[in-house]
Design a protein around this ligand. Sequence first.
Ligand code: HEC
Ligand code: HEC
Length: 315
Amino acid sequence: MSKDNSIYSKIIPLVIAMTVVVLVGTVITMAMPLLRDDMHPKLESTKEYTAIELEGRNIYQREGCVNCHSQMVRPLTADVVRYGDYTKAGEEFYERPFLWGSKRTGPDLGRNGGKYSDEWQIIHLKNPQKFFPQSNMPSYAFLDRPANAVDAEKSMKSLKYTYTQEDIDQVANSTELEALTAYLQSLGSDIPDNMYVKVEYSDYENTMAPMSIVSPETKVAFVDNCAGCHGTEGEGSDIAAPFSDVIPADIIDGNLFVSIANGIPYTMPSHIGIMTKRRIWELALYAKELANKKRTAIISTTNTDMSSVDSSDKK
Ligand code: HEC
Ligand code: HEC
């Protein structure tokens, strides 16, 4: 029997040769493409973080918000309808480290920018249960303390982002809650009109008129979705003016419907992804009804006030 002299019979050289082949393969198929520009897409609108946004991001990491919130809208209908346009690779250019997350105890925040006003964000961070009584999000009221400008400058330097002394001063003059809010308002805003689902012009006519009686379900929907900002009777709050001030008696119903359905950027979130059009129509008419009721009540209390003033004058 002839002795097999090929490499296959020599264990150590064989292992070395295999390692070399696998490594060369790895470098060519994995590492080399990393050097190509098209592996790092960047949208034209994607900007570096500003100092205050980056400091907010540091706070977001430090407080572990990523344990309850993802930042990636997946290209699935359910995600897109609820959160808006799905997350593009090109938006993630400056995400170091990325904060995509894998746990959604709370909603995805990938498109949170512009969904609410700054005031709402701060009040919600201090007391999430004010808007959502069943929320298990903890209170971050303790972040109402000065933000760390030194930390912000170090982060800006290490990521080689451009900044001015004014940007750093802005951090020094802000609270951590304000920095966090600046960061949240930047999320997903590279795609300006990012709400994927919107009501169309053809929905603008109230096909459900006349609808004079507000169903009990609509009142429940109002308490669940609207009362946190508008008050249970539409009387307003720190965030929104009373309905009686913003809804004139002669308003076109379709205007209310479109505002509630699509939302108003940096003011009111959109609702078309979370309820039916019919429910939105009902809520629009209910809001109008609340505004009119309040106006009538104001007129009658003004009258009683006048009479009480009169009688006290006589005393
Ligand atoms: C224990 C889990 C948990 C943690 C930790 C947490 N959240 Fe939340 N968050 C929630 C839940 C649940 C909701 C939905 C109810 C609500 O709005 O309170 C929510 C809602 C939100 C919303 C509103 C989202 C929307 O579209 O309505 C924002 C913004 C938010 N969280 C930011 C933060 C930030 C910033 C942090 C870290 C400082 C944080 N959360 C930490 C659970 C959490
Ligand atoms: C995050 C807070 C928030 C939530 C939640 C919210 N709104 Fe609003 N809404 C506002 C603010 C702020 C305005 C602007 C009013 C103002 O100038 O104060 C507004 C405006 C409106 C208007 C007037 C729109 C116009 O075109 O003039 C209506 C009607 C309305 N909201 C109804 C609703 C209804 C119904 C819901 C629940 C489905 C709701 N809102 C949920 C904050 C909110």
